[in-house]
Design a binder for this molecule. Structure first.
Ligand code: SF4
Length: 114
């Protein structure tokens, strides 16, 4: 079986194919550098993503403020993280880079002032 990925590590976006046989990796092709191979191995074993969203903010000229996780989050934890974030309402003033919440040790950081 062949699995196809688009590498998200740099803007080149190489198309990477992973050929599996009997549950084991037979060949990885299409990556232009070693970082692509490392990334695709992590995608197969334990995919992670930086999560970006907006949270409502009171007492501000903006109705919402953009936030992101300070580190990549295991993909299976993202639904629980989003449920947690859906209950949060921030209050201005908020400074870009400020930790506004924490979920299971993962910091949620504001990406702009409000
Ligand atoms: S394989 Fe290397 S060059 Fe290609 S997109 Fe990934 S990081 Fe960039």
């Amino acid at each position: 079986m062949i699995y196809r990925f688009t590498c998200i590590i740099c803007p080149l976006g190489c198309s990477i194919e992973v050929e599996m046989e009997g549950g084991k990796i037979k060949e990885i092709r299409g990556h232009t550098c070693p970082r692509g191979e490392e990334w695709v191995l992590e995608e197969l074993r334990a995919p992670k993503r930086i999560v970006m969203t907006v949270l409502p903010v009171e007492n501000s000229y903006l109705p919402v403020v953009s936030v992101k996780t300070s580190q990549p989050v295991p993909r299976e934890k993202i639904p629980a993280l989003m449920r947690y974030l859906s209950n949060i309402k921030l209050r201005a003033p908020i400074t870009m880079g400020q930790v506004v919440a924490e979920f299971e040790g993962i910091e949620i950081v504001a990406t702009r002032n409000a």
